[in-house]
Ligand binder design. Sequence first.
Ligand SMILES: O=C(O)CCC(=O)C(=O)O
Ligand SMILES: [Fe+2]
Length: 358
Amino acid sequence: MSDLTLPVLDLSLLDQGPDAAARFRDELRAATHDVGFFYLTGTGVSPELEARLLQAAKDFFALPEADKLAIENVTSPHFRGYTRVGGERTQGRVDWREQIDIGPEREAITDPDGPGYNRLVGPNLWPAAQPELKDVVSEWHDRLTGIARKLLRAWALALGAEEQYFDRHFGDPQTLIKIVRYPSKDDPTPQSPRPLHAAPGRDAEPPAAWAQGVGAHKDSGVLTLLWVEPGKGGLQVERDGEWVDAPPVPGAFVVNIGELLEYATQGYLTATNHRVISPTFPDERISVPFFFNPALDARLPTIDLPADLAAEARGVSQDPTNPIHATYGENALKSRLRAHPDVAERWHPDLVAARTAS
Ligand SMILES: O=C(O)CCC(=O)C(=O)O
Ligand SMILES: [Fe+2]
């Protein structure tokens, strides 16, 4: 395994005059053309806020199991709430992590003739026993939305588009915050994996030994700002067919782009496969990915790249097992149905059947 040092970019350069800002944009373009991943410092997120978020995450996972299961995601048609260890899949294999998924707080849309992705719209499920979770998540959401918008404006300019390109096409962002805990697979504490609940054609629940922290995948949206508990390795990024470690850097986010940004740049920017290796007992690892994505019905038009950049656009990755849909809602629904087959089966059998048939 080789050591990739992801590029480190300092967001505060954008506020240090035109030359510094231009340097940031060049570095941003290079990093996301070459690797698709980088570390971002200078974001202004305070260590106090990070500490509050980490504490809230730990408190949530330490709640009695019954409190967590009271908001289990199988009770939400909108893929919100708590996923227990073993309740999620990537590439058909079980992920050994538990998490809470939080999206925009909306009322469900009841329109049977509307697009399937409307079913992603709905209320969150919050733990009754931890009212403060909502406050810290809401503050985190607002801070990171500001950072994401700043980055996207820098990308737009770096790609030869007008600065507001993404603002204009995003609509009301469909953000997703996941608070995730990766236990060790050797942790003797029962992790209450989902009882046998195999999808058609799927075998019984595989043992933990077969599971993964989270399996190799590309993020389905535009931009991910990942916060990782200090000192906790495990994230790996695929580079030239090899897995390379991307350990957390103090005070930095790990940033990566998703399939939609690759699509909008016709492969000039690259969405990169990544995965998480489970920690070794007695360690565990907490992370909080923030996915900044456009409205479900948004379709990012292809950016008209300057000739020198267009010459280096590789085209969009073609993988028959993972088609990339231009409308964000379609792409998001694809990954939600795939990751949570039990939610899909219980609430959306018609969508599953339509997909199996096509
Ligand atoms: O937990 C991590 O470090 C990464 C998680 C991730 O890639 C994802 O949830 O999409
Ligand atoms: Fe990811």
